[in-house]
Structures are given as structure tokens and as C-alpha cells.
Design a protein around this ligand. Sequence first.
Ligand code: NAD
Length: 753
Amino acid sequence: MLKDVTLRLFKTIFAESEFAAGPACGLAMQAYLKDCETDLRDVLAWARECKRRITVRLVKGAYWDYETIMAEQRHWPIPVFAHKPETDANFEKLSLLLLENDDVIDAAFGTHNVRSIAHVLAQAERLGVVRRNFEFQMLYGMADPIKAAVLKMDCRLREYCPVGELLPGMAYLVRRLLENTSNEGFLANKFAKSASRDDLLKNPSDVAADVRRLQSPSLHTPHSALDTRPFRNEAHTDFTLPREREKISAALKRLRQNLGKRHPLVINNKPVSTADWLPSLNPANQKEIIGHAAQASIAEADSALAAARTAQPKWARTPAAERAAILEKVAALMRRDKGDLCALEILEAGKNWPEADADVAEAIDFCDFYAAVMRDLGRPKRTQAVAGETNVQHWWPRGVGVIIAPWNFPLAILTGMATAAIVAGNAVIIKPSDQTPVIGARLVDLLIEAGLPPGVANLLTGPGGKVGAHLVGHPQIDFIAFTGSKEVGLRIWETAGHTAPGQANLKKVICEMGGKNCCIVDSDADMDEAVVGCIASAFGYQGQKCSALSRLIVLADNYDKFVERLIAAAGSLPVGPSEQPGNVIGPVIARDAQQRILDIIETGKKEAKLAWQGSVPNDPNACYVPPTIFTEVPSTSRLFSEEIFGPVLAVSKAKDFDQALSLANESEFALTGGCYSRSPVNIERVKAELICGNLYINRTITGAIVERQPFGGFKMSGAGTKAGGREYLENFLVPRVITENCLRRGFAPAEES
Ligand code: NAD
């Protein structure tokens, strides 16, 4: 991504007329990238067209592991060659290309590999390029005999060394050390392993062909833990690709032509209109109505419940594999409509492009993952093998439930809770948030399109405090899946605990609530990583994630330096409408949320030091809150203890790691937590002592991925369930065990013993 931007910047800047006669300009290119040849040809064409003589420093590339691992984690195509000899071969190919374009290029070859050097020299000789026209580059202190040999041949040689601060320099030197001792590096083979001259000088194209024949790709992709049907996460979209950006722009245009529609309730797969309709507004422009959502009354809530009760028994008897297949169809439909769903999230929820895309991807994951889990759970399991008796455990659905969702992951959370319940054989009433009802309506459309029978999923938009509360207390509701604030969650928990006369079941409450998440920055933390990770965790989606970082505890040794860098980084985040892809921070969800957060900031000024506040566009129609950082935040303050759910970060200082841990644990919540540290001892302590449901070390504390990081907290953050985890579906099921005596007159058939 950065590479494409860099190349574009390079070409744009140096095409300016002021650079026509110098100063000299140049860039480095990495031969391990599969698209390096395309990039190089493009740069060559540009140099010719703009009549610029440039230096190209050709290297092999030093971040192979990083490039490979990050692509694997994101399920993106791996951008680098899998095998070192392929890179060596590409280096030779590109060296030749550079020499052939000697008229516009000053070539520099960064390599310590004798074969690569020899190849350059031989090709230069063949092409008649004089040796003083190009240079070799080698690292200071390394491969001195090779340097001496190159100089002896009257070649130009540039020695280079890292310059700068010690700590980042150490990281660089460790990387070089790893690189130079790698089994595939030339220097290790030559000097440490005494490989034969013939082996060292072999044509890398031949070696690459041999390696490819003998080996599968070098990094093994771990498969899902599910044995039944391999599950694979939906890849996040790579918005560096123009075609992907065009899809969202086109979807936003399409959506704008269709705004303002009425979205009725859905009961028994049929639309039901109501007397009241609530407009859903764009947080970036309160004058823009995304759609009108039908407002259910108690009567409609009761008819949705009746529809669900009627449909549920038949749905419960539908084989698990058939139910799973419908979820997989929903996932496929979401994939088909990905751009449109993203556009809807951008306009209705104020998500920026990558956040919207991640939410849709997570919704797809929930469908596919819960389908895979249900296929497995659907097969009865033997509990213990004993002669003369079979004992199997299997699962039954709970019955009928209500799904009550928040607006902040408007598709993913709603989809996750609803599909888990549905695939388990339950029927549900889906109550989306008042802030994002159009996305809720879209989900129910997709469920129906995928073939869900009437009554299994019913859409009930309307006031949570009225219809939601009514259903929660209804004796015919068997379970409630809720995600939202602590206040509402506790009320639901309490109501569900009352058992009405004649009520068939004890109500199960799957309850996920808020957080006041903390990250510790240790005195030896990698500042570069910590600054970027903390900013993303605190301000991603304007801090409106339950997992968002809101308390940052920095060790005293690092405090001043870290806070200075944190503020500088925060100041670089563009704020504006989320539909413009350049904006990182958008509006908060609604006017009342905006006012509430601004009030908290005002109060916060009396409790702590306002260290930094960003600026926001002056637009009275938008719900912006300036991103804000408070420092010197005492643990007794509201800033430190209450969930703010906005772009506000509280920073506190700890004198040592003990104090940091104890401050971190001073919270009624236990959702996410994190720590940046290089100390193995402190990392172990955090693992053992930091109280939270999802702990992240040396990375962002947001962005859990289905199956990889099952998500959820405890204490006042929730009842300990893990969305996106293998056990999640069990919340929507009751276990049964069937024991059968299979003795037939003292004899047991072999298959039953
Ligand atoms: P909220 O509690 O205000 O609303 C959540 C849902 O509950 C909405 O659909 C609302 O209509 C409904 N509701 C409101 N009053 C009700 C009542 N009396 N009975 C039944 N339903 C009622 O929360 P929100 O503002 O939509 O979402 C933000 C909150 O959600 C934050 O606290 C955040 O931390 C939390 N959250 C938690 C998780 C998690 O996984 N733990 C994930 C996302 C969001």
C-alpha cells in the first residue's frame, strides 16, 4: 500500500519542472515483491517520458516475514516470492533491466551475494555498460572480503550504515542479524556453512524450480479448529486497489438515489406497516434521511412473538445441516452485496470505509462460522463407551428469543446474535437499534432471500424501552440475546430473573455490555508500535467501540516522551464525513450522543488536564466531537471510571509496573485490555493479572476476528459469553443425553457396545 503511494508521490513530485535539471533523485526497489518488475518498468517509462535521470537502488527486500505474515493474517495474496532463490532470480532479471536502461538510470545494486554481483558484471560487459556507470552497495562492517574483491575489479562501492537513535537502531541491527544468519542468506552459506563454490554460484532460476518442485509454500496456513467444514475468515478489502475503491463510490451513489424509503416491520416474512415511522439520519448530515423505520407497538410485538412461536417447532426439526446451509447462503448474499452494505454503514452509522468493510466481513464470518459449528453440534456425540448401553449427548434449541442489538456494529453484532440463535433451531424477534434500523431491515431481507421460512426471523423496529422491554418480560420468551450498555443490560438481566406464573422456561440471558478498557505502556515499550496502536484503539470509529481504549496508563520513565508523540500522532488524523475515504475520524452516531460526550469533556476539564483537542469541521448539521486527550487523570475521576463511548482518551501515569497493573484493574468492567512491553516478565504478569475478557499484547486492543479471538467480557461487561467462539452456540441450546440399554438377552451388538 505504502509502496504504491510512494511511487505515485515520487513520480508526481519529480515530474515538476523545478527538478528538470536536478537535484538528483532516486528510489529503492525490492526484488522480492512479485510486482517489482511491473513497478520498475513503469518507473522506467516515466523517467523516459519526463526526461529525468534517476537512481534506482535495487535490493532484495528485508521484511519477508512481515510481508508474508501480514498477508496471511488478512487472507490477502502474498506479495513476495515464497522462496529465496525466486527473489535471487528476480534480482538478476531486474538487474539486467536496469543495465539495459543505462541511458536513463543510475543503477545501484544492494547485495552481498557473489552470484548476484557476478551476474551484474557479466551482463554489463555483454551490454557494453562501463563499470563506473553503476555502483554496488554493501553494509558497513559486513562481507569485507567481497568488498575488497569488488574494489579490486575497479567497481564503485558505497558502504552504508544506519544512523540515528540507539533503540530503533538496535531493532534494525537485530533484523540484519536475523537476515544474515538465515538459512537462505548467501553470507551464512558462504562464511558459516562453507557451501561449495558450485552451489553458491548456481543459477537461482534452476534452484527455484527445484525448490518449487520439492516444497509446498513455506508458510503453512493454519486451518480452522473446526473439523467439520473448513472455515475461513472473510478477507478485509484492500482499498489500495482502485477497483475496490470504485465499488464503494458506486455503491454510495446508488444508495443516495434510494434514500428515504419506508422500512416496515417483518412478521411471518411479510411487511407490516405501522402508524409511526422514525427517520434514521446520517450522522454526518442530520438533514439527510437514510430511511424511515416502522415503530412497533406492543400489539405488533405480540404478533411477532406469536409468529415465532408458531414457526419454531417445525424449524427446530429441520436438520441442522439444512439450517446451516441457509446461513451459508446469507453469507454468500452479503458477499454479493458487500459494497452496498458498506455504503449503508457509512451513511447510516458514520463508519469510515475500512470500519464499514470490517463490520460486513465480520457479519459474513458469523454466518459461515456458526453454520460450521452447528453442522458439528448437530451430530449427537457419544459421551462414554460402555458395553450394553449407548449414551449420546445432543442439543435442542431453547425456543423463541428476542435479539436486542446496539448500533455500533450495526450489521455484525445483529447478524451474529440472530444467526447463532436461528441456526440452533430457535425462532427470533430481531430488534435492531433505533439508530441503525435500515441496516437491520436489510439483514432481515437477506435472511428471507436466503430461504428462511416465515416466522423464524421477525423484524421489530421500535423503541427499545417499550417493545424491547415488553418482550424481555414476556413469559413466552425463552431467551434474550442482548448487546448494549450496562444500564440496559442490567435491567434486562433483572427482568429476566423474574419467573411469571405459567412461564415454561427459565430465561437465558446472553448479555454483552460496555467497557472501560485500559492499555499499559511499559517503560521499555516499542514507542513506534505503541503510539500507532493506542491511537487506532482509542479513536477508531470515534471511540465508539465497546473494545475501544479509553484509559491509557503510561510508566513514568516513558510518560513525557510518549504523551508528546501520542498527541502529535493524534493531530495527524483527518476528521470529516466518513464517506470521504481520506477521513479517519467521522461524526459520532447522533445529536444526543454528541451532546453527552461534549458535556463529559467539559466536566473532564475540571478533573484532569486537557492535553490536546483536535478540531472538527464547522458543520452544524453534523455530529462531530473533537478527538480529545486528557492527561494526569486521577483514578477517582469520571473520566477514569465511566464508559464515554466517544473519541476521548484518559492518560494516567504509573510510577512502576505494580501501580500500572493495579490502576488498570480499578474498574467495574472487564472487556478488553492491553499492554505494550518488551519485558517477558511484565508480559507474563499482564497475562496472569490484568482483569479482562480479551487481552492484547503489543498490538491494538480492538478488531477481534471471528474464531481467532472469541470476543466478550465479564464483571459489568457481560455474562462471560464469547461471540465468535466455538462455545457461543451452546448459549442458544439445551443439552440432552439419551441412554439406551442395548443388551439383547445378555448380548450387545458390536456397534452398540
Ligand atoms: P443501549 O443499551 O442504549 O441499546 C442497546 C439496545 O437495547 C438497543 O436496541 C435499544 O433499543 C435496546 N433497549 C433500550 N432500552 C431497552 C429496554 N429497557 N429493554 C430492552 N431493550 C432496550 O446501547 P447502544 O447505545 O445501542 O450501544 C452502545 C453500548 O453497547 C455501549 O455501552 C457498548 O459498550 C455496548 N456494546 C458492547 C459490546 C460487547 O460485545 N460487549 C459490543 C458492542 C457494544
